[in-house]
Design a protein around this ligand. Structure first.
Ligand code: AMP
Ligand code: ZN
Ligand code: ZN
Length: 437
């Protein structure tokens, strides 16, 4: 691995300061001038001495997302490296995701500090009157900055002269505000965990002059197996073990670089996971003509755009359709969901109760009877939707557990770690200051 070398990436700034001072060489014939020159040199030397000895080298921040890692997975036997990190630093009982508890909306909330109704990624699948259709698998859309409002932390950083590198993150492929991370990659789910870890450690091994100070990386194993087998399945435990090794490799790699006291590691997830099965299914086409509407995101929410002239019909057909389906008109969702404004919040939003699926009769038939699956997207107040938050490093207190907090505050925390002027967001540093030394 390219990072097994020993290094001190922070020596470069010593050389730069000495160099500046070293340019002040001048020759004169006068004692007075010599004395004056010596005084200048002494002051300069003193300045350099203070600067070298006192100026803390800038921290670097490693932000890791473990998609679909439910907060309580931390107590599973497989999560031993994550528990070790939590003991070193801080962790939240759980991180409260934003609604809807889906991947793209929450990843983009984590890096912008904005609720999905404000940052434009209101769902994994959505429609915009000018831009057309967005879906997570639609490459041109995920690379089109016009979908993404707000200011992701890598844009805040790059515009303030702080270099960033992102190994997959929703939004990182789009030049938001005309700015991209210094390094980023087109999303490719087949890229091995080892390749991602090697890149993170190689970036950490770079000297200050070229190293990214914010590094982010994303791992989807736990979400994928959670969907396919359910949160309590042994397959999901295996996925937890795989991403746990990733955390162990990164933490150990930082230790080997001798950089433990200069790197803050922040581990988050976007949402949790709830069990679902074919016994708890709501077929929308049992209640409403599918010709009268368009659906964006499917299951366990349905974001519904009625065809022109059909709004009343669709709403009346669904409002009392099923006891486990809550149906709202835009503007009438509970305030705590923060999902009533924004152009891409659909006119009708249907939310299935925990563990229920909503779909068409034919789509729901794909679930094998008696088999357990996993889903997320439900009400963000449900404990099963809770995400994980762990952080350790020089900025963080140690062995501290804090009550749940909302994921809109993570951006402000990252900005503080990197000493950046934050954009205005829905979150605040005050909500998470307790985590810091
Ligand atoms: P979800 O449907 O909410 O479970 O989304 C999870 C899936 O989103 C992952 O399994 C990935 O396939 C996909 N995904 C995650 N990150 C990205 C990305 N940056 N670009 C495109 N797709 C992504
Ligand atoms: Zn996810
Ligand atoms: Zn998922």
């Amino acid at each position: 691995m390219s990072v097994a070398c020993s290094l001190d990436p922070y020596r470069v700034s010593d050389g730069r300061q000495t160099g500046v001072c070293g340019t002040n060489h001048a020759v004169t014939g006068s004692c007075r001038v010599w004395a004056a020159l010596l005084a200048v040199v002494a002051v300069c030397a003193g300045f350099v001495f203070r600067d070298v000895s006192q100026a803390a080298p800038p921290h670097r921040v490693v932000l890791i997302s473990l998609d679909g890692f439910r907060w309580d997975y931390l107590q599973r036997p497989a999560a031993k490296e994550l528990r070790r990190l939590a003991r070193r630093g801080v962790h939240a009982e759980r991180l409260t995701p934003s609604f809807p508890t889906k991947t793209f909306p929450n990843h983009y909330t984590l890096v912008t500090g904005l609720f999905p109704e404000h940052h434009g990624i209101a769902a994994n699948v959505m429609r915009d009157s000018a831009l057309g259709r967005f879906a997570t698998g639609n490459d041109p859309a995920v690379r089109d900055a016009r979908w993404f409002s707000g200011e992701p932390i890598w844009v805040t950083a790059e515009t303030q002269g702080v270099r960033t590198a992102v190994y997959f993150w929703p939004g990182s492929e789009a030049p938001i505000g005309g700015v991209s991370p210094h390094r980023f990659f087109p999303f490719d789910v087949t890229t091995s965990r080892a390749a991602r870890v090697d890149s993170v450690l190689a970036w950490l091994a770079l000297p200050d002059s070229t190293a990214p100070r914010l590094i982010a990386a994303y791992f989807s194993d736990v979400d994928t197996d959670g969907h396919n087998f359910g949160p309590d399945a042994p397959e999901t435990d295996s996925a937890i073990a795989r991403v746990d090794s990733v955390i162990g490799a990164i933490v150990d790699g930082i230790d080997r670089l001798g950089a433990t006291d200069r790197v803050d590691v922040v581990v988050v997830s976007d949402h949790g996971m709830a069990e679902r099965s074919s016994e708890r299914a709501i077929a929308l086409d049992d209640y409403v003509s599918m010709d009268s509407l368009e659906i964006g995101d499917w299951s366990p929410i349905a974001t519904i755009i009625p065809k022109p002239g059909h709004s009343g019909y669709v709403f009346n057909a669904l409002i009392h359709a099923h006891p486990h389906l809550q149906v709202f008109r835009k503007g009438d969702l509970p305030e705590r969901l923060h999902y009533n404004s924004g152009d891409r919040v659909t006119p009708i939003v249907a939310i299935a109760d925990e563990g229920w699926s909503v779909g068409t009769r034919s789509a729901l038939a794909e679930m094998a009877p008696g088999r357990v699956y996993g889903a997320h997207g439900y009400d963000n107040a449900l404990p099963s939707m809770g995400a994980v938050f762990i952080a350790a490093g020089p900025a963080f207190r140690s062995d501290l557990t804090v009550p749940p907090f909302a994921n809109v505050h993570v951006y402000a925390l990252l900005a503080e770690l990197l000493h950046l002027r934050p954009a205005v967001t829905d979150g605040s540093l005050d909500s998470v200051r307790v985590l810091l030394r």
